[in-house]
Design a protein around this ligand. Sequence first.
Ligand code: GDP
Length: 441
Amino acid sequence: MDTVAAIATPPGTGGLSVIRISGPDAIRRAAEIFRPASGRDVCTMSGYTCAYGHILRDGEILDDCVLTVFRAPHSYTGEDTAELSCHGGRYLTEQVLRVVLCDTVVPAPPGEFTKRAFLNGKLSLTQAEAVQDLIAAQGEASLRCARDLREGATFRRIRALSDTLLTVLSDLAVWADYPDEDIPGVDGGALGRRLEALTQEMQALLATYDSGRILREGLRCTVVGRPNVGKSTLFNVLAGSDRSIVTDIAGTTRDVIEEQIRVGSVTLTLSDTAGVRETQDPVERLGVERSRKALQKADLVLCVLDAPPASLPDLDPSRTIVVLNKSDHVHIPEIPGFRCIRTCAATGEGCDALANLIEDFAARLAPASDEGMIANERQRECLVRALDAVREGADALALGLAYDAVTVSLDGACQALLELSGERVTDRVVDTVFSRFCVGK
Ligand code: GDP
């Protein structure tokens, strides 16, 4: 295994930058380029110890910095690792990295450190993927979710599934291998019930992909209502910035404008629409069409009214909040069957209560992240494959086919689960997963 190095901190100016070196040659290389102020020998430093000193370039001091030594296997990658914390700043950091690189220390490709952690058994593949999510986390909720996954919640849940499958498979194998022995036969009914329970558990895990999207990407919230009811004003109050056009001329919010805002611990992907209504204006009609699509995709619809409606568009009460706006001006009776809230967007009155309602709504939709969830398309695809294979096995059983057929299907399911957890993956899958990472992680 090569020794690799990269700048682990983001590019740009900051107080500190960290250059990470990992691999068999890491500490020897650190000893060559770093001179501790105490005069101690870097090669004899034990794991989890630091030394203050200088980075040398051609015998001259380039920067003063702190070296931290980690000894295999007690490091992030599981290999010997040296981390140099030098002064921040793009130019200086790049110069330090340049000094570190040599014949035996090469630049680390994206995700290389986490990939090594995975290959050295420090992390499961789903945990490694959660590291990427941690870096990308936008708000408190998605951060909590990534942290829980990083602790291995998903891995444990997949393990439980594959353990059950392996038990079933071994029962089938014993029965098939020793047909003449005095072993109780496989009970088809009990096997069917076990596969049914397994299917349900897999479906529940699969469902977390959809609900987990709210944590990963935020709640998709569409604002609808007739022109001039105050949608843009409300949107601006919620967003805390003047983004969409607010005007007295009806129909000026012609397109769907998307904006991500944070409401408490929830990230909202708000789209402001032209409103769902009939129109002759072709530009506006385009907007109306997009509005309909946004409405279908929405997790939550905010329907804004400034007068009692003659009729409401086709809205699902379970994911709609009706906002009775301009409460300073008019008193609109509540709409039966819908959750209603009174606001005055012009002064902001009622907007905090609306924000609380939205937060409650998101909390009900999002899964409990400490139970593990499916976090990306790769994981989802593996689980769907495993689920299909278990169903195929259950069908074979129900049709009275030979247990061999059931075994083949369940074997397939097991393979898919091992691929999901990363216990059995091809190099190509591993490379694809880690190519999404940034350099230095
Ligand atoms: P949109 O077409 O639905 O986006 O409506 P706008 O946000 O552009 O608002 C239309 C007009 O109503 C603007 O003049 C706003 O200042 C005004 N408006 C918005 N909310 C309120 C409110 O709560 N009370 C009153 N009196 N006027 C409001």
